[in-house]
Design a protein around this ligand. Structure first.
Ligand code: PLP
Length: 392
C-alpha cells in the first residue's frame, strides 16, 4: 500500500523531494531550502538531525538494536522513570506509534473495570472533532465519518458528544461508561479550544462515577505547548495518557502512561508488543528528554511562541478578510482561515514555508521546539508574503 506519490504532496509542481534537513530547514534534491513549520507533524520536536539525537542513535546502532521484551531492555526503565518522575503517572508501556499508545490506553481503561468485576463498563466517551488514530478501534473513537466509511462495521463501545457541552456529556454517562477520552488541544480537528473548566468538569465526573480520564497528548505533549504536557496548563491530571510523535524526535516511539491504580491489572502478558521499547527507540527517547528537560528549554518555547503569536495577531488585524482567528498554545498554533486554507497553504509553499492543514479550515504551525526568535521572524515574513498573494 505504499504510495508512489504522497497523498498530500507538498511539492506537486516541481516533483522535488526533500533529501536533507537541519534544524528548522529542509532541503530538496534540487538544492531548494524550505522553512519547515510542519516538523513532520509535530514529530521532529528538536528539528531535523539534532546533533545530540544523531550522536545517540549512531552510538546505540553500534551496540544493540533489538532483543525483545523477553529481556530487560536497557533504557526502558530510565525513560519510564523520567516520564513518571515528571508526570502524574506511575507506569509506562512503550509502543512504536501513537495509535498503539491509544490502543493501550483504551485496553487499560476497559481492563481496569473488567478486573473490578464490572466488565459491562466498556463504553468510552469521546468528543466531536477528535482524532485518535487509524486503527479500527480508534477511527470509531475519533468518530469522523471520512475515516470510518468503507472499513466495515464501526467498532462498538464509543460514544461522541460535542466538545465543551457539559449537559450532553452528563446525558451520555451511564453505568456502562469506562472512560472519557479527550485531546487537551485538538490537533487534526483544527485546534479547537477546550476550556480549562471543561477539563475540570471531566475530572469531577470521573471522580464521581469511577470512570477513568484518558488524555491523548500524542500531538500536544512533550513540550509542544511550552509545558512538558499540555494538560499541565489546566492543572487537571488524567488516569491514563497516550504519548507519541515528539517523544521520539523523528524515531518511531510512543508510550502509554498510567497511574498505579488504573494500570493495576495490566500485568506482563495482558498486553504486549514486539518492537515497542526497543533499544534504538529508548536511546533516542532519552536523548529527546535530555534536551526538553534542560533548565530553561520550555521557557524558551513559551518565549518564541509569544513572539509568533504577537506577529500573527498583527497579521490577523492586517488581513481580516483572510484570517478569522489564531488558536492553540505554545508552538501548536492554528490559523483559522476565512478563505480556503489550502489556498493560503499553497501560497506559503511558494514562499518556501511549510505548514500543515487541519480540520475546520485551519492551518497548523508546528515548528520544532528549538525554533529561534530569528527563525520565527523569518516565518512571519513568509506568512505575510503568502497573505499578500492570497489577497490579490
Ligand atoms: C497523530 C495522532 C494520533 C495517531 O498517531 P500515529 O503515530 O499516527 O498512529 C493519535 N492522536 C493524536 C492526537 C494524534 O495527533
Amino acid at each position: 500500500m505504499a504510495a508512489a506519490t504522497s497523498l498530500y504532496s507538498i511539492l506537486p509542481t516541481t516533483g522535488a523531494t526533500f533529501t536533507s534537513g537541519e534544524g528548522v530547514w529542509l532541503e530538496t534534491d534540487q538544492g531548494e531550502k524550505f522553512l519547515d513549520f510542519t516538523a513532520g507533524i509535530a514529530v521532529n520536536s528538536l528539528g531535523h538531525c539534532h546533533p545530540h539525537l544523531v550522536e545517540t542513535l549512531k552510538k546505540q546502532s553500534e551496540q544493540l538494536w533489538h532483543i525483545s521484551n523477553l529481556f530487560q531492555v536497557k533504557g526502558q526503565s530510565e525513560l519510564a522513570d523520567r516520564l513518571t518522575a515528571n508526570t502524574f503517572a506511575d507506569k509506562v508501556f512503550f509502543t512504536n506509534s501513537g495509535v498503539e499508545a491509544m490502543e493501550c490506553a483504551i485496553k487499560t481503561a476497559r481492563h481496569y473495570h473488567f478486573a473490578n468485576s464490572e466488565a459491562e463498563r466498556f463504553e468510552i466517551i469521546t468528543f466531536k472533532g477528535a482524532f485518535h488514530g487509524r486503527s479500527t478501534a480508534t477511527i470509531a473513537a475519533g468518530g469522523q465519518e471520512k475515516y470510518i466509511e468503507g472499513f466495515g462495521p464501526k467498532a462498538p463501545g464509543f460514544i461522541q458528544v460535542d466538545l465543551n457541552d457539559v449537559e450532553a456529556l452528563k446525558e451520555a454517562i451511564s453505568d456502562r461508561t469506562a472512560a472519557l477520552l479527550i485531546e487537551p488541544i485538538q490537533g487534526e480537528g483544527g485546534l479547537r479550544y477546550v476550556s480549562t473548566e471543561f477539563l475540570k468538569t471531566l475530572r469531577e465526573i470521573c471522580n464521581e462515577t469511577g470512570a477513568l480520564l484518558i488524555f491523548d497528548e500524542i500531538q500536544c505533549g512533550v513540550g509542544r505547548t511550552g509545558k512538558l504536557f499540555a494538560h499541565e496548563w489546566s492543572g487537571v491530571t488524567p488516569d491514563i495518557m497516550a504519548v507519541a510523535k515528539g517523544i521520539g524526535g523523528g524515531f518511531p516511539l510512543g508510550a502509554c502512561l498510567a497511574t498505579e491504580e488504573a494500570a493495576q491489572s495490566m500485568v506482563p502478558g495482558t498486553h504486549g508488543t514486539t518492537f515497542g521499547g526497543n533499544p534504538l527507540a529508548m536511546s533516542v527517547g532519552n536523548a529527546v528528554l535530555d534536551v526538553v528537560l534542560e533548565d530553561g528549554f520550555l521557557e524558551n518555547v513559551q518565549d518564541v511562541a509569544l513572539l509568533l503569536r504577537q506577529g500573527l495577531a498583527e497579521l490577523t488585524d492586517t488581513y481580516p478578510d483572510i484570517i478569522e482567528e489564531i488558536r492553540g498554545q505554545g508552538l501548536m498554533i492554528g490559523i483559522k482561515c476565512k478563505t480556503p486554507n489550502m489556498e493560503l497553504l499553497g501560497a506559503m509553499r511558494d514562499e518556501k514555508f511549510l505548514a500543515v492543514p487541519a480540520g475546520d479550515n485551519v492551518i497548523r504551525l508546528l515548528p520544532p521546539l528549538t525554533l529561534t526568535k530569528d527563525e520565527a521572524r523569518d516565518g512571519l515574513a513568509r506568512i505575510k508574503n503568502a497573505l499578500n498573494t492570497v489577497k490579490k
